[in-house]
Design a protein around this ligand. Sequence first.
Ligand code: ADP
Ligand code: MG
Length: 701
Amino acid sequence: MSGYILDKEITYLPGVGPKRAQLLEKELGIRTFRDLLYTFPFRYVDRSKFYAISEIDSTSAYIQLRGAIKSVSLAGSGKGTRLIAILGDGTGYIELVFFKGIKWMQEKLKVGEEYIVFGKPSVFNDRFNFVHPEIEPVSKAASVSGPTITGVYSSTEKLQSGGISNKSFTMMQRRLAEIVAGTIQETLPGWFLQEKKLIPLERALHDIHFPPDMYALEQARSRLKYEELFYLQLALVKQKFIKMREGSGVVLARLGDAFNYTYSHLPFPLTGAQKRVLKEIRADVTSGKQMNRLLQGDVGSGKTMVALFSALQAIDNGYQACIMAPTEVLAVQHYNGLQRYINPDIVKIALLTGNTKTKERREIYAGLADGTINLVIGTHALIEDKVQFNALALAVIDEQHRFGVDQRARLWSKSEITPHILVMTATPIPRTLAMTLYGDLDVSVIDELPPGRKPIVTTHAGENQRHKVYEFMRKEIAAGRQVFVVYPLIKESEKMDYENLEQGYLDITDAFPQPDYITAVVHGKQTPENKAFDMNLFVSGKANILVSTSVIEVGVDVPNASVMVINSAERFGLAQLHQLRGRVGRGADKSYCILMTGYKLSKESKDRIDLMCSTNDGFELAEADLKMRGPGDFEGTRQSGLAIDLHIANLTKDSPVLEDARRTAMDILSEDPTLEQPRNRLLKENLKDIRGQEIDYSKIS
Ligand code: ADP
Ligand code: MG
């Protein structure tokens, strides 16, 4: 739709020159008229309401007061000179402070006269004040009968200092509204608007910025939210339907020796949840359709067993299976761990990673190509071009959030037949988000831990309590337990992080000297040999302490480890902290997670740490995470390949709308799968439009 007015660059808006345009793009991502139009207020102020000064507290946002000026005076000197007016309203007094335009304000503000003041209170010297509020005499304000509800747009410091205040931003919106009036093309069919009781797009886009009243605002929001979530679901459901139609899958009906051997040699009974999920998978792989299933389960819930039994079903039917893990450490651990459970006479298993030696690598390539290897466990090395399978029927991807979309996609092209896909994650994804992110996948959940697990006690310790933490570690080690000590590894400051890790390692070996204590160390900069050596020291129980970066975050299983010490815990996200904590509490012993932080914590960090200390439930944490940070930032989703860039809908709060939108999308598509009917013409057009390009969801899984 070239030439459509909304596609115009923002510089075409009167009052927006190149400098402003640059600022708008950099700070708010606004490049076109559409971008500006779709930048909605994040809050509204009802200017028909006046607050009492006594009502003001730390939560007050933009508010309006009405009161008389008691005094006007100058304070400070030189650059710090400011004008202070004291306003009283019968419930109290508050200072209005002006650093600029002092002369002008001095003339404007008359002692004894009544004014209307609008602004956001701030705190200075333990008292509230207003810095540069909007202020107008009541006499004058009364004569202006403008809208009473005004929008507040999000801003940044750079915008403010660049002269784009809320007032001037609102002006820009006002100008834009005038220009685009009458040109907005409707994106939902008339019958749809009627059925869902939604207002037209044009009106919604006007009222969201300039609502005549609260009711109109609600209507505008409903319309825009519904549209946003509906098109998202329409895209996802459409893809799901296409997959169901096209994706004929290998039937893995037979349960044979491979499966039965492992089942009868298990050292423990499967949990109810494991059994249930295995049944769901079994139904999929015997249905004749291709399975695309996401398996969620908290750390330690036993997902690996589910992966193994799924793989064994493929093998019993004469096919191959693979399990792809995000790190070398984890792949090796899977490989070693799973060997205990399988019959080597029936199942030929191989390990393929970046460190597999050339000769062995060639043998594995050959074995995969001719089908003599039944099960391969590996890292990214599995998706290299050279890898071809004879008949891959099942691909398991562990900790899927660690893989990029294209990396996953390449697994599918490894074999003549289309493999069933099982994606596993220990990062719990709240239901509403899962529905959006993985709307085209089926979801299974392991919601039960193996019996005998003791809850992990989580505590917060400041740097100054380090000696106490060490004392506690000594006690646990004396009782025969092992300890993880983790340092953050965050890309941007990698170098510094390694320095921290090295310093930390020295501190630990100082406090825990040989030969009484053995400390292993694992990080990404080691040679594979050294890494494997140290890892083995710890896994075999020879080392008491493992110092590492967050590489151990995923998977590593050492049941004898009972203490997890996380340094600079404030630098980790909730999901990551929970993953790390899940490394302990796997044995029968009581386990501990100690979150160490610096002295100064932001409120957000403090909230995160407190939350970690208060619950062990991964789903509860995930919900809280989603609420605290918003879905755009949700860990794991950034790499999921789906940018969910929602303007107005909120995946947590709007889940009823989301569910209705999904049902509606399903109804429409099951009647008209390709949206060919005339009544769905607009839907078809805008489905492409909204996404810009049609994302190939089949490649995402
Ligand atoms: P995750 O879901 O985090 O990948 P794992 O598959 O690594 O969890 O399992 C964690 C630990 O629990 C392993 O030591 C595994 O052997 C053990 N485990 C798995 N299933 C059961 C079960 N049904 N009963 C007891 N222990 C189990
Ligand atoms: Mg695992």
